[in-house]
Design a protein around this ligand. Structure first.
Ligand code: B1M
Length: 215
C-alpha cells in the first residue's frame, strides 16, 4: 500500500510494527496535524463503523486506540507550537462513566500548543473533582468530553450541579465528543445552564471557542 493508506490501515488493523518509521516518512511530506486529521482520524472513523456494526470486537478496538495514541505521542513533539503563552487556563476531563480519551487528549495538545494552560484530569471524572480542580487551579473554563450517549445525560447533570453550587457564571463550559450534537448543546443544555456553554465539533473549534471566551 502507498504510505498514507498504509498508515490509515495501521490504525484499523491495530498494527504497531513499523508505525514510527511510516510516521517519520509521512512527516517529510505533510505536517503532523495533517497526518492526524486526514489519515489517522479517518482510520478511527472506520474502526467506529466496524465496531458499531459488529464487524470488529472490542479487544481489536482497544488495539486500534493504542496505535492511535502511540502515533499521536510520536507526532506531538514535531507539532508547531505558537509563541503565545498564558492565554488562559482550562480544566479538561472525560466525564464520569466514560473512558474515551483520544479526542480529549487531542484537545489538550491543540490548546497547549496554542497558548493555553490545560489541566487534564483524565477519564471518568465526577463533577465534584472537576469543580474542585477548577476552583483550585483558578481555571477560566471547564471542558468536558464524552463519547457515550449516556455521557450527554451526565453532562446535563453536571451543568445542573454547577448551577446548584452557584459557580455557573464563573465557569464557561466547553463540551465536545462524538455523542453530542450542536443542537443538543446549544438548545437543551444552554437552557439548563446559568452560565455560558459551547459546543466544539473538533479540537480546532475548541481552540476558536477558547479564544472567543477569553477575548
Ligand atoms: Co468505545 N464506543 N466503547 N471504545 N469507541 C464508541 C464511542 C461508540 C460510538 C462505538 C460504536 O458503537 N460505533 C460506542 C458508543 C455508543 C453509545 O453510547 N450509544 C462505544 C461503546 C459502546 C463502547 C463500550 C460501551 C463498549 C463495551 O464495553 N461494550 C466501552 C465504553 C466504556 C466506557 O466508557 N465506560 C467502549 C470502550 C472503548 C475502548 C476502550 C475500546 C476505546 C477507547 C480508548 C480510549 O479512548 N482510550 C473505544 C473507541 C476507540 C471507540 C471509537 C471506535 C473511537 C473513539 C475515538 O477515539 N475517536 C468510538 C466510535 C466513534 O466515536 N464513532 C467508540 C477519535 C477521536 C479523536 O474522536 O473522541 O470524538 P472524538 O474527539 C473528537 C471530537 O469529538 C472533539 O475533538 C476530537 C477531534 O478533534 N472532542 C472535543 C472530543 N472531546 C472534546 C472536548 C472538547 C472539544 C472537542 O472540549 C472540552
Amino acid at each position: 500500500l502507498p504510505l498514507f493508506e498504509r498508515l490509515e490501515r495501521r490504525i484499523v488493523d491495530g498494527e504497531l510494527n513499523g508505525l514510527e518509521a511510516d510516521l517519520d516518512a509521512a512527516m517529510t511530506e505533510v505536517p503532523p496535524l495533517t497526518i492526524i486529521n486526514e489519515t489517522l482520524l479517518s482510520g478511527m472513523k472506520t474502526v467506529g463503523v466496524l465496531f458499531g456494526s459488529g464487524q470488529m470486537q472490542l479487544p481489536f478496538v482497544l488495539q486500534s486506540a493504542e496505535v492511535m495514541k502511540t502515533a499521536v505521542a510520536h507526532l506531538e513533539p514535531h507539532m508547531e507550537a505558537s509563541d503565545e503563552d498564558g492565554k488562559g487556563r482550562i480544566v479538561l476531563a472525560t466525564v464520569k462513566g466514560d473512558v474515551h480519551d483520544i479526542g480529549k487528549n487531542l484537545v489538550d495538545i491543540i490548546l497547549s500548543n496554542n497558548g493555553y494552560e490545560v489541566v487534564n484530569l483524565g477519564i471518568k471524572q465526577p463533577i465534584a473533582t472537576i469543580l474542585d480542580a477548577a476552583v483550585d487551579k483558578r481555571a477560566d473554563v471547564i471542558g468536558m468530553s464524552g463519547l457515550l450517549v449516556k455521557s450527554t445525560v451526565v453532562m446535563k447533570d453536571n451543568l445542573k450541579e454547577l448551577n446548584a453550587r452557584g459557580v455557573a457564571e464563573q465557569f464557561p463550559v466547553l463540551l465536545g465528543g462524538a455523542a453530542l450534537t450542536r443542537s443538543y448543546v446549544e438548545n437543551d443544555l444552554a437552557e439548563v445552564y446559568d452560565g455560558e456553554v459551547s459546543y466544539a465539533r473538533d479540537a480546532f473549534e475548541g481552540l476558536r471557542l477558547m479564544d472567543e471566551i477569553m477575548s
